[in-house]
Design a protein around this ligand. Sequence first.
Ligand code: ADP
Ligand code: MG
Length: 349
Amino acid sequence: MEQEEQFSSLSNLGEFGLIERLTRDFPIKQSSTIKGIGDDAAILEFLSGRTVVSTDMLVEGVHFDLSYIPPQHLGYKAVAVNLSDIYAMNARPTQITVNIAVSNRFGIEYLDKIYEGIRHACEIFEVDLIGGDTTSSYSGLILSITAIGEVDENKVIERSGAKENDLLVVSGDLGGAYMGLQVLEREKTVFKSNPDAQPDLSEYSYPIERQLKPEARKDIPELLEKLGVQPTSMIDISDGLSSEALHLCKASDLGVRIYEEKIPVDPVILKLCEEFKISSTTIALNGGEDYELLFTIPLEDHDKIKGNPHLTVIGHMCEKAAGTSLVARDGAEVPLQAQGWNALQQDQD
Ligand code: ADP
Ligand code: MG
C-alpha cells in the first residue's frame, strides 16, 4: 500500500465522530429525499413511477487490490458500478447508502479519500448520500453500496423483454477494463522485483482508466430517449459480453447470434492485446468490468441508431432452438460460454 503522509488512527475519533467527519459536505439535491443522514432511517417520497433498488459489495483482495487502486478511485468506482445497474433498468439514480467495514490499519485520511471519490460520484451522477453503516473489520476493507432510482412505469426495461429478430446493441467499446488490469498486474510484478522502477504508463492511460475509474453510462438512456428508441431488454456489462448476452437470452427465452467482426474494441486495446498475445475477442467476451450497456431494439429502429458513434449493432436475437453463438470472422459458429471474468483469471494463472 502507498505510504500515507499522515496517519491518524480511527480510534482517535470514535464511531460517531468518524461518521460525522466522513458524511459532512453531502448536500441533498433530490426532491424525493425528505430526510438523509442523521436519524435511524432516511425518509424518501416517490410520487409516481417505479422505484428501483440495487446493491453491490466490493471486497478487498476479491474485487480490488489496494496496492494499485487509489482510495479516491475506489470510492468513485464503488458508486459508479452500482449506478450502472440503475441505468441498466432505464432508471435515473436518486440516492445511495454506503456501508463500510475497515480495520485499524487504515487511517482517517485514507477513509477521507474514499469519501472524496464517493462525493465526486454523487456530484457527477446527481445522487444523494442518505445513510449507511460503519463497522470494523479484522482484515480487509469492505465497501457495500445500495443505489435507489426512479423510472416511469412504462419506461422500465427488464432483461426479459427481448423479441425474436431484435437487434443486439452495445454502447462504447469492450475489453478495456480487463486489459487495464493486465497492465497494472504486470507493473505490480515489476515493482516487486525492482521497487525503484518508475514505469511510464502514459501509453496505457485508457485501459488503466477503464479499470480504475469506470463510468456508469448515464448518457446512454438519455441518448436513446432523444433518438426515440425504447430498448426491449437491457443489462450492464459487469462480467463480460458473453455472460450478459446469455442472461438476456435466458430471461427472454431466446437464442442469439453475435458477430465477432462487429464487436467494438478500441485500437489502443487491440494493440495491447497483441503485446500481451491475447485475443481481443476473448477479452471482449469474457473480460468484464467495462460497465457498458447491452440492449435489444426492434429491427424497425435500426435507422434511428445507425452511424451513432456511441452504439454498435453486434448481432440479433433468434428463436431459442437456434441456440446462442458467436459467428467468427470465417463464418464458423462457436457456442457462447459464460466464462465470466473469474474463470478467465484462473485460466491465466
Ligand atoms: P444506527 O446506530 O442507528 O445504525 P449509526 O450511528 O450507525 O446509526 O448511523 C448514524 C447515521 O449516519 C445514520 O443516518 C446512518 O445512516 C449514517 N451513516 C452511518 N455510517 C455511514 C456511512 N459509512 N456512510 C454514510 N452514512 C452513514
Ligand atoms: Mg448503524
